[in-house]
Every structure is written in C-alpha cells, then in structure tokens.
Design a protein around this ligand. Sequence first.
Ligand code: ADP
Ligand code: MG
Length: 618
Amino acid sequence: MTTTAHSQTYEFRAEVQQLLHILAHALYTDREIFIRELVSNASDALNRLQFEQLTNQAVLDPSASLEIRIKVDKDAKTLTISDTGIGMNRDEMIENLGTIAHSGAMSFLKALREKGNTNTEIIGQFGVGFYSVFMVADKVSVTSRSFRADDQAVTWTSDGGGTYLIEEADKSSRGTDIVIHLKEDADEFLTDYRVEQVIKKHSNYVAFPIHVGDKVANAQTALWRRSKGEVKEEEYQNFYQQLTYDFGKPMLSVHFSADAPVQFYSLLYVPSKLDRGLLSADHQGGPRLYARKVLIQEHAKDLLPEWMRFLTGIVDSEDLPLNISRETVQSNRIMARLKATVSSKVIGELESFAERDPEAYITFWNEFGRMIKEGVITDGSHKERLAKLLRFHSSRSPEGWVSLAEYVSHMVERQKDIYYLFGDDLKTLAHSPHLEVFKARGIEVLLLSEPIDGFLVNALGVFDEKKLHNGADAELELPEAPQNPDQPAAEPVAESSLNTLIERIKEVLGERVQDVRESKVLTESPARLSASDQGFGADMARVYKLLDQEFDLPKRILEINPRHPLIHNLAAMGENPVAKAVIEQLFESALLIEGIHPNPVEMVGRIQAIMEAATRTR
Ligand code: ADP
Ligand code: MG
C-alpha cells in the first residue's frame, strides 16, 4: 500500500541521465550482464548482512536464510530478483540509486567514448552496475526493507528517463525485490533456462544460493577451499573474470592453503597486465579477506606488503575471530602471521615460476618487474629472496635479460664486484664510454635505465657477497686488460702539453666539473664523466629530469683520453674560440651520454658554430 503523501519524485543527476540514455538507446550487446550486476549487488547486500549479524545482534528477521531468488513471469513480462540482504531505507535509496554519489557514471561514459567501444561488460567496474538493467527494461521498481527494524520499507520506481519516484511500501521481510519490466525485444530473458545460463556463465561462484524457479542455478563453491588438484584451469580463469572484470587470462593463479602457523585458504591472481591489477574494480588494492567464508574486508590492504598490490583474489582465514570489526582487523596479531605466511608463499610461487618457465617469467617481469624492484627497496624481510627474482639488461646481450646469479656465473677471473651503469635508455647505455674498460676485459655490465634503479642498487648493496659497483666510478679496481698485438694503442699526447690542455679545460669549465684528469681506462672515446661517489646524485638528477623539475647538476670528474685524435688536435690548437667551443661541447656530449643533460637543444647553436669552423675553406 502506498500513500501519495509519502511519495516524491526526484531527478537523476545529469551524468546518470546521460548514462541511462545511452544504456537504453544505444547498446544492444552484452545485455545479459545486467543479471550479473544485480546478482552481484544482491550478493554484496547478503555479505554485509552476514557481517552485521556477527557484530550486531539487532537485525530484522535474524533467522531468514541468506539467498537470492529469481522469478520469471511470462504473462506480466517481468523478471524479479530478490535477496534477503541488508536492504535500504529511503535515504540510502536516494543516495545509492540516483542522486548523490555516482561519479562513476562520468568515468564509465568516458571509457565508452575513449575506446569508441560499446563494451558494457565493464560497467561493474565503475560503481554504476545497477543502471545496466535499463538496457533491457522499460520500467524498474526496487522495493527494499532495511535490516534496521525501525526503518520504513520503500519503493523506488523509474522508467530510466530523467526522474525516479520514491514511495512508502508495504514489505514486512528484510531485503530487496527488484521487479524488471522487460522491453519487447528483451523477452529472451523470460525463461528459467536462459536466466540459469547467464548465472552459470557470470555468477557461478557467488557464495549464496541463487534460486531460479525451483532450482539452485549456481555452483556456489568456494573455489579457494577446494584442493588444488581438483580445480580446472578453466575454473580458475572463470573465477578470475568474475572477480576482476578482466576478460583476459590471469598471468598466474596462485592457489594454496596452510595449516600452521595459521590456517587459511587462498586463491590469488597475478593479472594479465599491471594496469588490470591497479586500475580494475579492485584498484584500491588488497585481496578480499574472509573469516570462515564470511567476507570481512573487501580490500584488505594490510594483508600483503604494499609492493604486492598488483595481486587480486581471496584469503580465507580459519583463525580470525568472526566478530572482528573492520577497524580492528589491521591490528590483529593473526593478521601479522597471515601476512608473513601468505607473502612468503607468493614469493615461493614466483620463484618456481621463474625456474619452471623462464620465458613466461620474462613476460611477467616486463609487466611487474617494477613491483619486484619496489619490494627489494621497501620490504627488508624479503630482500634476499626478491633479489633473485630481479632481471636486468646487460652489456652481454642488451636485448636479453640476466639474473644476478647468472651475472655472477659470467664473472671473469679476478673480477670482484658486480658492475652496473645508469643511463636514459638502452641505446644510450650501449654507447656509453664507460663500457670500454669493461669490454676490453670481457666483463659484463648491468644496464640500468629506470628511475627506480638508483634506489634499487642502493637498497641491494651486495648480492652473493659481491658488491654492486657503479661502472662510472673514477676509481675502479679491475684485472689488467689483455693486450691486442694487432692493434697497438695510439701514442698519447706528450705530458707537458697534456697538462697545459687539462689546465685550459679547467679554466673553460670552471665550477661545472669537480676535476679534469687524464683517463686510465678510455680506449675509444675522447672523454667520459666519472663520479667519485657511486653516482647516486646523478641518478637523482635523472629522476628530477623525468619529473620535469629543475635540478642541480651533480659534479663529476671529466676524464680525457690522451690517445684520442681529438685530444691530440686540441692540445696542438692553442687558445681560440673554436677550441673553447669544442671543450664545451666535449663536456656537454658527455652529460648527454650520462642522461643528465638538462636541455640538449641548447647545444645546437654551438654545434653549428663548430661545423662552420670545420667547413671553413678560407
Ligand atoms: P556498486 O555495486 O558498484 O556500488 P551499483 O550501481 O551496482 O554500484 O549499486 C549501487 C549501490 O546500490 C550499491 O553500492 C548498494 O549500496 C545499493 N544496492 C544496489 N542493489 C542493492 C541490493 N540488492 N541491496 C542493497 N543495496 C543495494
Ligand atoms: Mg554493483
């Protein structure tokens, strides 16, 4: 029974109106997913009710069974989806189904526009799944009664136009009934068979029974509680898709359970892509946390170390007290044990993945390597194990990847340290003058080009008792280079004119360099910038440059190669404007190779002046 005194018409927010318009008029594909969305809302409502029951004695109808029912009425052309979940009162209806929140509508419209796609599959990601019902309905009414016994039941009705009506309703039992008046062209959903089919496809693992007619249509199994050997690959994939709205395959399914020191079941996924993990429905990070099959927390952020935030899935504990409140989960000591055990298991899984299928592991690395690096830097307790999961490009085969263990196995006789070089990208690094000294001795060098790498080598420090050492260091202790009798080295510039040249360079560059010296290591390049302090400063400069921020150039030592023809010429040249320009350019080219030139375009004017001098015929 409704009374007009208590009914009121409201307008949808503008972006919801737009969304409804598109859903009702433009989209004819994937329409069946409205069932998934409404069932998922019903399941959420049941989860929340279950949680209330555990922490709050006073719920309406405490003994009503937790379930979802779907009824088809062919004559009335309606589909009714009912649940015995938490329900909504008047204010909640207004807030949830029309007015206040729902910035998600905007984002969803944007996603549709951007890809020029009509893929409504993803609607659930944006927190506006409910509205998908208007793809198939010309009228929808939602009648709900909250679990709070004092709240009045209400009905929300809309035809998906600009407004909705809210009126008092006569419903004595807890929960929500959604009556969907199907459009003419959506009568395919008027059979139990079709509805069951959609449930099996999209909602099979919902934890509550979904009755369609007189049958339960979903498998309802807690997949994560089954033993690993029993679960088919397909089931893992299917569950992953229901969980994440990612319709690709997960990169890795990590399914395990433990009895001690804590008892739990868990099924975690490495998504197909990094952004699937971080931007998807679960973007807030953290797996779902259950206590004995009851959902305690949607995003248990504290359950895993921060760097594992790309993982999605479920951890179901047998030991967490059921009446734990959402606020105290974090500080519970069982949580700390869960965290230690689960994260160690995950790392173990990654270790065996890397061993079992090195090629696939590289695909993982390309996508999630940054996260492993972050782990080395921030997660002290797992540093050693994570170090073994690192992969690097190296001078040995710049396109390929080496692990630190492989690097160590490649080390030459009397090589003590592990060498690395920083640079903007692999191409620049491959031409770095710093490599010459290592090439001449057959020593492999790790090529690091990500901003995070500076922090990484600092956090790592050593691997397998070998120090990580910057190849741009001015003081390198290296084995003697073998002599090549076919290619005797060129004569160096005579000592006195070399000293004069060094003084001249110091004058020209002034404060910009820490020192100018004769190089002991260069064989092919005229100059290099070396650092006397492992070059952390240079790496920070690289980070600032990436962020487009001003930075002070870290001071370096300019080493010149006394055997190089350019240095010979310069030494013979005496003081003049061209020599000065060449010295400037020598320095700035070296900055460029280091990836720390603040503004390479500025060099153009000088290069032109030098070219002019070089082409002058008079
Ligand atoms: P989302 O589920 O992502 O929050 P929806 O558009 O699907 O977005 O639903 C909006 C909100 O409406 C839900 O968050 C919930 O608060 C409320 N709601 C929808 N269906 C139900 C239901 N069956 N029982 C209780 N609340 C519901
Ligand atoms: Mg929803």
